[in-house]
Structures are given as structure tokens and as C-alpha cells.
Design a protein around this ligand. Structure first.
Ligand code: EPU
Length: 307
């Protein structure tokens, strides 16, 4: 039997959605990529555990795509199940006494940032301009303006591919610059954050100041996946790319932003191949001009099916 015939059996929650042959371009901020064999909006922990079992039983690749903000999907798509976490997995709960916030991996960072500022809780003001989900922010240790998401995390809950949940401490999550140890697990389901009590006006003003800084220094209107490259230690990839005269350089429909050199924009129906050719061109130019090797930070999906 084909796994696609068996998959509908694990959909149990009324708000969960399962579709086959779903274009992933519409689920990524890059707006690029072919179809996922299956696309599943998973609404409960029990369903997520069922996806884990299904993955093992049928040996079907599963990718948790979050909000698709830091992701490049191949032109041939993803021959597996692309999962987005919603419902019970996108909840935000606040323990007012402890200033502790329990946040599901499916919550978007802008929603988290706004909710916390409305309650005068400080620590995630920098996340308003980062369009991803909490799960991706944990795995990538997303950051901006001198802060990183891992800084406010006390615990992370992960699911392994038997469907079992484990709570990890901050140290066990192994946060580093744009990296953590969390990609080793089947899925990150949520985290507990420790935020500082403050007042609504101050926290909101700080959040808005960071957002204004983002709008002033980074592209926001065109489709993109955030910074393409990690910064080399002590330097800015964007500055190096700028120094090499690559701003505005274009391959097919993909162009280096004229605002910030570390962003590639989908300006005219770019393909994933256009983006990767542009990435390779930038890497070569920067290596020849500066001797530095730039490493990509954007997650790739569908380029090889191993997961
Ligand atoms: N610069 C240039 N030309 C450019 C880009 C930057 O000269 O095209 C200069 C700036 O003028 C500044 C310096 O380089 O003097 C640093 O630039 P910026 O403050 O924009 O920071 P960045 O190191 O380029 C990092 C993060 C961003 C984050 C910003 C703000 C990485 C890869 N990038 O960029 O994160 O928003 O700091 O804190 O760590 C992301 O990870 O997706 C991302 C966008």
C-alpha cells in the first residue's frame, strides 16, 4: 500500500488539515519551491506523535517547516510530509507570578513579541521583525540587535521519533550563534521563557525601536529568507558582500538586495536553482576578495531526502 493512502487515518483533530501535492512556495517567505507530497497542519501533541510513528513505520521523510521564513525549498519539491504546528502546539501561556511564559513551537515570533509587550514583559522585544516560529527560533537560535532567542529560554520540550517527550535544560539545548543541538530531535514542541517584568510603555517603545532599525537597514517588501549567510566571527557577511560590489547582482529572478548585502530577494519568479547559483557566485567572489568562506544559514528542503 502507498503511504499516502494510510496517512489520512492519523488525522484526528477537527482543526488539523491534510493536503496532498501542496505547493510549498506558498508556505515559504521566499515564495520558491515545488510541491510537498503531503502537507499537514498538526493541531495536537497526540497527532504529532502519530506523525512520528508514521515516519518510522513507513520510512517517509518528515520536515517541520514552521512558518517557512528561513527556508529554501528545491524546485522539485519535497517527497515527504511537510508539517506545520498549529492549535495546541501554537499556544502561549503566562504564569504571571513567575514571569514565566510557556510557548508552543508553532507561535510566531511577532505574535510572541506583541503579546509580551502588552503585558510589560521584557526580553523578546527584538523578535517583532523576525517572521519565523518559536520552533525555528529555538533550533536556529535566532537573533538580532545583540540578543539571541536562547538567552531567554529556561527549558525546551522536544519529541523524539517514538513520540516521547523530553524536557531539556537551557544547557542541554546547546545554544550557539545561529545554531543549537535541537535539530537532533524529531520535533521541538515548545519552550519555557524567563522574561523580566517591566512596564508596557518601555517594553513597547523598545520593540518598536528595534523594528524601525530593521526597516531602515534590511529589505522587507520583497520575498526573502532573512540573512542567507552566517556572519564570519567578528564581521558582517552583508558588509563583505557589499565590499565586493555584489549588491544588485542578479541571476535569473534572484537578486542581492541593494539595501543589505546578506539578503537574496526573489524579484522575478526566482527558482531555487537561481538562488543557489547566486549563493555560489557570492561565495566565490567573497573568497577571492577576502579569503573568507561564507557558510549559509538558510535551511534547505528537498535537495536530498535524508532527514
Ligand atoms: N553593512 C554594510 N553593507 C551591507 C550590510 C551591512 O556595510 O550591505 C555594515 C553595516 O553598516 C554595519 C555592519 O555591516 O556597520 C553590520 O550590519 P548589520 O547591523 O546590518 O548587522 P549584520 O551583522 O549584517 C546581523 C544579523 C541579522 C540581524 C542584524 C541586526 C547575521 C547573519 N545577521 O546582521 O540577522 O538582524 O545583525 O542585529 O547574524 C538573520 O539572521 O537572518 C538576520 C537578518
Amino acid at each position: 500500500m502507498d503511504w499516502k493512502n494510510a496517512l489520512p487515518d492519523i488525522v484526528t483533530h477537527p482543526s488539523s488539515r491534510l493536503r496532498f501535492g501542496e505547493p510549498l512556495a506558498k508556505h515559504t517567505f521566499f515564495g520558491i519551491g515545488g510541491e510537498a507530497a503531503a502537507y499537514f497542519e498538526v493541531g495536537t501533541l497526540a497527532e504529532l506523535a502519530a506523525v512520528a510513528h508514521f515516519h518510522r513505520q513507513w520510512e517517509v521523510p518528515v520536515a517541520i517547516i514552521g512558518r517557512g521564513s528561513n527556508m529554501l525549498v528545491s524546485d522539485t519539491g519535497f517527497n515527504g510530509i511537510a508539517v506545520r504546528l498549529i492549535g495546541e502546539l501554537a499556544k502561549l501561556e503566562i504564569d504571571e507570578n513567575a514571569n514565566a511564559v510557556s510557548v508552543g513551537a508553532g507561535v510566531s515570533l511577532p505574535r510572541l513579541s506583541k503579546s509580551m509587550s502588552q503585558r510589560g514583559l521584557s526580553g523578546v522585544e527584538f523578535t517583532l521583525g523576525i517572521p519565523g516560529a518559536v520552533g525555528g527560533a529555538l533550533i536556529m537560535n535566532a537573533g538580532a540587535w545583540g540578543s539571541s532567542f536562547g538567552d531567554v529560554v529556561t527549558n525546551v520540550t522536544v519529541m523524539n521519533d517514538t513520540g516521547a517527550l523530553t524536557e531539556l535544560s537551557h544547557a542541554e539545548a546547546q545554544f550557539e550563534y545561529r545554531h543549537s543541538g535541537l535539530s537532533a530531535y524529531f520535533c521541538v514542541t515548545g519552550a519555557t521563557l524567563s522574561l523580566e517584568p517591566g512596564d508596557v510603555e518601555t517594553v513597547t517603545a523598545q520593540m518598536q525601536a528595534f523594528y524601525k532599525q530593521k526597516i531602515a537597514t534590511q529589505p522587507f517588501a520583497e520575498e526573502n529568507a532573512g540573512c542567507i549567510f552566517k556572519n564570519p566571527p567578528g564581521d558582517s557577511a552583508g558588509r563583505l558582500i557589499d565590499e565586493c560590489g555584489l549588491k544588485g547582482y542578479r541571476i535569473g529572478g534572484a537578486e542581492v538586495s541593494t539595501v543589505h548585502g546578506n539578503f537574496i530577494l526573489n524579484v522575478d519568479n526566482a527558482t531555487a536553482a537561481d538562488v543557489l547559483n547566486l549563493v555560489a557566485h557570492i561565495q566565490t567572489q567573497v573568497r577571492e576578495n577576502t579569503g573568507l568562506s561564507l557558510q549559509t544559514e538558510v535551511k534547505r528542503l528537498g535537495f536530498d531526502e535524508a532527514h
